[in-house]
Design a protein around this ligand. Sequence first.
Ligand code: 5GP
Ligand code: SF4
Ligand code: MG
Length: 455
Amino acid sequence: CGVFAVRLPEPADVASLCHLGLFALQHRGQESCGICVSNGEELVIEKDMGLVAEVFTEARLDKLRLPGARVGLGHTRYATTGASLRFNAQPLTVRSNKGILALAHNGNFTNAGRIRREMLEAGAIFNTTNDSEVMLNLIARYSRLSLEDATARVMGELQGGFAVVLMDRDRILGLRDRNGVRPLVIGELGGGYVFASEPSALHVVGATFVRDVRPGELVVADSQGLHSRQVLTPNPTPCAFEWIYFARGDGALDGVDVHAARVRMGEVLAAEAPAEADVVVGVPESGLAAAVGFSRASGIPFDLGLYKSPYAGRTFINPTQRLRELKVRLKLATTSSVAGKRVVLVDDSIVRGTTSGRIVQLLRSAGATEVHFRVSSPPIKYPCYYGIDTAARKELAAATMTLEEIRERIGADSLRFISEGGLARAIGLASTCLACFDGRYHAGHPEDEETLRPV
Ligand code: 5GP
Ligand code: SF4
Ligand code: MG
């Protein structure tokens, strides 16, 4: 998911800023989106299933253009917990002892199922099956604490990987879990502040990058400006998949430039898994940067061997296998540059193997004489419990098949993955989450199966 929040010192068209911010975060979730705006008295919210461009018609944006508005937040969602239904769309809003609150969340709480059950037994009611609602309820429960103190308390009670933005009538809050699994950055705009999942959303609204929210930190933007407290002892293990695939290539997360890291992954891959070939082709868009790196390090020329329809969207975000399969053809075709050539095909990941197999077929039918598949992430063997839908374990190609079986399934002449150490070196941080590759869940296992099953 993608989150965005803004607070300006003077009234402004906050709705349009949120709208732009969500556009730049569309790649983080395409199922639903929403925006919530307040002018200190009223609060309006518009959310629905669909893309930002579909949901936010001019008429709908007009409803959000509250006179005097200074704060707003928004969300783009893809479902990891909670069914893909309208009532699960975010932001979520509640009326509480702290006034009206709105919240948007990226990631998963691994203990939300248990907390939800305990609260239900104690008489609480829930409107959604979304674990974000658990967080809002927990905050409201601390009726004697200020919003900031209650939020800080709740950060310690929730486990998992999450980045959250929260607002009341006149403030915005941004926070990350103690591992900083999901990204959240701070920007400055006209004397006010913006929180966003990625720098792409700061860029689009004209905000200047200030810094990342630190793991375990709670940052508040209010009439006093920006202030922060380190609520939890940080243990940074940000998600490696953000650099491999998920984040947009035009910014840096936790100080590591996303595009440069992808190029380095390709360079490492070329050193670890060389191939005899005539041309390097990347699978657009997410495999291109690693293909550039592979080409640079190997000296094999890079070419655009695959054409990607700019209108097809990201295949993995569609929740059903059938749609994913159909969409591969909708999305990709070959160019003339591969005919009669031995091709190194570089992609960011193999999840189920469906896309990869079809791309190999496409290249062969376009006349490629050999296809050597190189992958800039290690084999994905374990599920993600922290907000990226890397599929159930039984669907993961690398969880159930050997390297040779996967190679055969996708029909490549050779198949190699970057090593875990090579990936870590390419990113260059002291430590990152690699749980979907190595099964080491630094931010905790889900407490029970139910936590991750839609209720
Ligand atoms: P596959 O060959 O596993 O079907 O698809 C691999 C390609 O699709 C990669 O290019 C990757 O970017 C994307 N992809 C497909 N499904 C998923 C998924 O469930 N999670 C992620 N992170 N990427 C996926
Ligand atoms: Fe990212 Fe994988 Fe860790 Fe999930 S398990 S947070 S996808 S590195
Ligand atoms: Mg891809």
